[in-house]
Design a protein around this ligand. Structure first.
Ligand code: SF4
Length: 421
């Protein structure tokens, strides 16, 4: 795997942001006189409700989404999801999207790159503007400085913008808005969908609200695990995601979408398709989630994508999105891709990078014992002969020389390679 570390300045910025989010979270619990552990238990039990009789709950959700006017599709894997996406987009050419983890998982880029496609999350837009890959889950453009952005704007648009984050943000957001206004299709993920048939999205920038409302067609891509029992559960969990992700007591926006826009303003005749999206499609992706349940990883599906696990991961904070070599993110990503049982997916997922320190589990509001899952996966992979090169070398040295560092272990020199089990 290619070795890659974030720049020192990026690491410093991330550390500061994570420290602040932790401080704000603690301040919230103190001010409200809430015990953090009790809060985690309560939210975990809310989340678990969706998984008691999961298939029956999912069936109800699909029926209710349909009744509300959603077009529903199920994809068993990435290929099926990509094909569905192509089919729904049809002849439309101008596409906008907001950050979607499931979209990333099913590699929507493969479908969208051939079209006139624009990202609307500012960080992702900047990364695409520079034709680069994102470096961090929460701060994708952390490696690109304000000065670099101002220079690029001058090159591409001929405009002189001050090297100031505020001016640059306003300038680029106006460019993004131009794309939003022309788009025919908007693609978003979903933080949750409810048994009552609503899609719930949370955000700070405001782009997700625009992507889901401005274009005629709105396509939602999300995992089947995003199911919650009630809208109240979903909103409570949105607060949890904000609190553990960025230390906010709530995000700037929460959208609850219950189908296409509608009106009955002319002769009281109900018309679907008014100011917001005229069509809403939802692709529910399995992509091994049901298999995760079978393999005893069902608690991982409780994940609400708050990002706390990766915020506090000492390896992720050094390597960023290069954690797994090819941009897979977070501990959930590690496990999710590692269950695919191949050396390639284990390497890509980054399961070999984990130090098993447990910082992820400690900070997870859904009380997911992530590092224990990694340990379990490693044991299973070892039985199947899937292991990292370093591990292989270490075992060979133990067998041959009786210690992990080889025959020169006692010569008082620091070994060339240190191994961690
Ligand atoms: S595993 Fe836990 S900490 Fe990590 S993103 Fe999911 S809910 Fe948040």
């Amino acid at each position: 795997m290619k070795k890659y570390y974030l720049k020192k300045e990026s690491q410093k910025t991330i550390k500061k942001a994570v420290g602040l989010s932790y401080y704000n979270r603690q301040a919230f619990f103190k001010e409200k006189n809430i015990d953090e552990e009790d809060y985690k238990k309560k939210m975990t039990s809310i989340r678990k409700k969706a998984f008691d009789d999961f298939e029956a709950n999912l069936k109800k959700a699909k029926n209710n989404l349909k009744k509300r006017g959603f077009n529903i599709y199920e994809a068993k894997d990435s290929e099926e999801a990509q094909n569905l996406l192509k089919k729904i987009i049809g002849k439309d050419k101008k596409i906008i999207s907001s950050k979607t983890n499931t979209g990333r998982e099913i590699e929507i880029k493969k479908v969208l790159e051939k079209l006139d496609w624009n990202e609307t999350d500012l960080g992702d837009f900047i990364v695409k503007f520079f034709k680069e890959n994102d470096e961090h889950f929460v701060l994708p453009a952390i490696h690109i400085s304000a000065e670099m952005i101002a220079t690029k704007i001058k090159e591409k648009y001929g405009d002189n913008i001050a090297v100031d984050p505020e001016d640059l943000t306003h300038y680029l957001c106006s460019k993004i808005r131009e794309k939003i206004l022309k788009a025919e299709v908007g693609i978003t993920g979903a933080n949750f969908f409810t048994e009552d048939g609503q899609v719930v999205l949370l955000e700070n920038e405001g782009n997700i609200s625009l992507v889901s409302r401005f274009p005629r067609k709105h396509i939602v891509i999300c995992g089947i695990d995003k199911l919650t029992k009630t809208i109240k559960d979903a909103v409570d969990l949105c607060q949890t995601a904000a609190l553990f992700g960025t230390g906010q007591d709530i995000t700037q926006y929460i959208s609850i979408i219950s189908g296409p826009s509608k009106t009955a303003d002319i002769e009281n005749q109900l018309v679907l398709g008014a100011q917001g999206a005229h069509e809403v499609h939802i692709i529910l992706v399995d992509n091994k989630r049901r298999e995760m349940i079978k393999k005893g990883f069902e608690d991982l599906l409780r994940c609400i994508n708050c990002g706390a696990c990766i915020n506090f991961c000492p390896v992720y904070n050094q390597k960023g999105s290069h954690y797994g070599g090819e941009g897979y993110i977070g501990s959930k990503g590690i496990i999710f891709t590692a269950i695919q049982d191949s050396l390639k997916s284990a390497r890509r997922s980054g399961s070999f990078n984990c130090t098993l320190c447990g910082a992820c589990s400690e900070n997870c509001p859904m009380k997911i014992e992530l590092h224990e899952k990694v340990r379990k996966i490693r044991a299973e992979q070892e039985i199947k002969g899937i292991q990292s090169l370093a591990n292989k070398e270490m075992l060979e040295k133990i067998k041959k020389d009786g210690n992990p560092f080889g025959k020169n272990a006692n010569d008082n020199k620091i070994p060339d390679k240190l191994y961690c089990c």
